[in-house]
Design a protein around this ligand. Structure first.
Ligand SMILES: Cc1ncc(COP(=O)(O)O)c(C=O)c1O
Length: 94
């Protein structure tokens, strides 16, 4: 399940813990785009998400002079899954 919270541009936010719990009960993994509440404002891992994504172009970069993004994982196994299922297909064109 992909969840953006808070949402750009209005800052609407969702209950990460509740939605993560529901998603996990169905066997889904949960990723949160936390671009609009970067650390230390919000840590979605506290509420059960499996992955966190940030557009580093925004607050993390801070000066509109950086084009970057990051995916944060809790374990090496989760990192390897992202590498295998998300990043490699981008290079393969699949
Ligand atoms: C919440 C959120 N995530 C991701 C992006 C994409 O960011 P980028 O411009 O670095 O691709 C945006 C862009 O506005 C955003 O608002």
């Amino acid at each position: 399940m992909w969840l953006e919270t808070p949402i750009n541009p209005f800052g609407t936010h969702f209950d990460i813990q509740k939605l993560s719990s529901q998603a996990h009960s169905q066997g889904a993994i949960v990723a949160v785009d936390a671009t609009f509440a970067p650390p230390p404002l919000m840590d979605p891992f506290k509420w059960g998400t499996d992955y966190i994504m940030h557009s580093a172009t925004k607050y993390l970069g801070g000066h509109s002079d950086l084009l970057a993004g990051c995916i944060v994982t809790k374990s090496k196994q989760a990192r390897d899954q992202v590498h295998y299922f998300v990043l490699l297909p981008l290079f393969w064109g699949g």
